[in-house]
Design a protein around this ligand. Sequence first.
Ligand code: FAD
Ligand code: NAD
Length: 459
Amino acid sequence: MAEHFDFIVIGGGSAGYAAARTARETRERVAIVDGGSTLGGLCILRGCMPSKTLIYSAEILHLARLADRFGLNIPVAKADMPRLHERKLRTIAEFAEYRQEQLASERFSLFRNRARFTGERELTLDDGTVLTADAFLVATGSVVACPPVPGLKESSPWTSDDVLDLDRLPESVIVLGGGVVACELAQFLHRIGSRVTQIQRSPHILKEQSPEAAAVVEEVFRGEGIELITGTQLRQVERTNKGFRVSFEHDGKLMVREAAHLLNALGRQPATDGLGLETAGVTLRKSGHIQTNEFQQSTNSAVYAAGDVAGPHEIVHVAIMQGELAARHATGRPAQPVDYDALVSIVFTDPQIAHAGIPEAELKKRGIAYVSADYPFDDHGKSILMEAKHGFVKVLAEKGTGRLLGAECVGKDASELIHSLAVGIALKASAADLLKTHWYHPTLSEIWTYPLEDVLEEL
Ligand SMILES: Cc1cc2nc3c(=O)[nH]c(=O)nc-3n(C[C@H](O)[C@H](O)[C@H](O)COP(=O)(O)OP(=O)(O)OC[C@H]3O[C@@H](n4cnc5c(N)ncnc54)[C@H](O)[C@@H]3O)c2cc1C
Ligand SMILES: NC(=O)c1ccc[n+]([C@@H]2O[C@H](COP(=O)([O-])OP(=O)(O)OC[C@H]3O[C@@H](n4cnc5c(N)ncnc54)[C@H](O)[C@@H]3O)[C@@H](O)[C@H]2O)c1
């Protein structure tokens, strides 16, 4: 006999846990099914938290090496890999334990299995248990993609999981890709002391960001000593007795690079394999993501999807918003679709790239009339005294009304700085509204006053 629930979540990561918690507010019988070897989800175990723990250490190391610039004498600054690794494990363990306790609490029925749809409202677990529910949420996340580059799969390259678990210094690494994972980890590896070559297909890294923002990071990467080669076409990957050889075309010539290690950072794909989605009448988009409406409902109205498996943005806070939205809708409560025009996205390179609202290219595409203004960090008091002169801030506001539509920040701690503008954008404030703020001096944040004032003048 099948056990029946009000709401079943498949996948107890960021999206799944947020949905289960939200559904439990008004429903008694909520189940979570997670077949991962460790509970906790990508963000905690192998994504945001381990990467940002390590990247922060690498930033401190980088600053220590620039000690002379700050009038300091730090004779030796280098990574202690076993201790770096141990700190990461300790930090992650704390987050994971907390999440595991939440998932295993008596509020939910937790099944440590892989699940597969065997009917429109029926799941069969890998131990044969059959579960039915009024509504389901698929929140199975994503897996590393391996595009059909000859020899890539056969050579078993590292993925981000391997880099985030290093307890020794790799002598040299070739990083394939120019997306967020590739860039964040290429700079981390370089800063801890590896020789890094990064190979990217398009003419610029970080193609989701504006070309101006990407150009700042490219210049810093090359200045720090990363060999960054853009505008390439990968031809072949081979294992050698010393490591790896990558052949690619660049400027019409065939080029070859060799290194002890190879990192495949060529993207991730939605984790839908083996879920029996066809049996449940759930359709996928061309991208492989589960197709949903604005309430995260799939083509089977009883099956919702959220997080990396649903897209369109593979970011934790979006996964959480989508999970909460799906659970509210599935349990018959008022639910507001996610407002992607207020999206915040961040790349944790140094300098960081942060964006809020509608990107400028999208404003142009939609034919929205806007005014814009920017200001560089190399002309700002606090960033000058911090020796953090790379990058700029930019504000985009609606022509006529001055309503904030978008903002971009490339620079030190851009991930923190963007949030004052993100609040303005989400609350549909105008440039004049934001200028009522007491912007403290000297801070990095007060740099926003320059483009805000310029935008106001331009209106
Ligand atoms: C290196 C790296 C760094 C990142 N850094 C950031 C960052 O700084 N900021 C940010 O916002 N985002 C970051 N991300 C992205 C972020 O981690 C993801 O967007 C987010 O964790 C996705 O959450 P999710 O709930 O969709 O999936 P997950 O957290 O992956 O959860 C999916 C769960 O489903 C389970 N599961 C899968 N298949 C089945 C099945 N068939 N049956 C049962 N259970 C199943 C898995 O065990 C897992 O627990 C990073 C990603 C990577 C790889
Ligand atoms: N700071 C953050 O919020 C953060 C950090 C890491 C990851 N993430 C999320 O994880 C997701 C995955 O990141 P990612 O960097 O792995 O993927 P991505 O899709 O951002 O980047 C993949 C890269 O691989 C290249 N590529 C793909 N196929 C190729 C081929 N056949 N030949 C040559 N190049 C090819 C692409 O041009 C791109 O540069 C992202 O969507 C991101 O949202 C977020």
